[in-house]
Design a protein around this ligand. Structure first.
Ligand SMILES: CO[C@H](O)CCc1ccc(O)cc1
Length: 117
């Protein structure tokens, strides 16, 4: 993983990775992150495996980040949005997890925009 503290000139893609690392840490620390921290247990949630074609969670995103799987494309944002889209698909808006998903999405969209400027 790139060292985000080094004060040398780093290529754009390494700065991008630093932004992802920072944002992911903020997502994981959020009080509403609990449904999204680890993969959904497909054996214990009836219907999930059938309904959600591409499960995603913050821990899986962190593993992909560490294995440099986001260095060349902005697939980081696609995976984060997949977490929230899956949540909206499987949960009622008016449910604990549904509301947590909407709050987390709003938080991510705000921070992503702030970090781009
Ligand atoms: C990110 O969480 C998933 O949407 C699973 C939601 C869920 C799991 C167990 C339940 O009893 C109900 C909803």
């Amino acid at each position: 993983l790139v060292s985000c503290t080094k004060r040398t000139k780093t290529p754009k893609s390494e700065l991008a990775v630093c932004r992802y690392v920072l944002l992911l840490a903020e997502l994981e620390a959020h009080q509403d992150a609990w449904p999204f921290l680890r993969p959904v247990k497909l054996k214990s949630v009836p219907g999930y495996k059938k309904i959600i074609k591409k499960p995603m969670d913050f821990f899986t995103i962190k593993e992909k980040l560490i294995n440099n799987m986001y260095l060349n494309q902005e697939n980081f944002v696609i995976d984060v949005n997949l977490v929230f889209d899956n949540c909206q698909k499987f949960n009622e808006d008016d449910s604990e997890i549904g509301r947590a998903g909407h709050r987390m999405k709003r938080f991510f969209d705000k921070r992503w925009t702030e970090l781009l400027h």
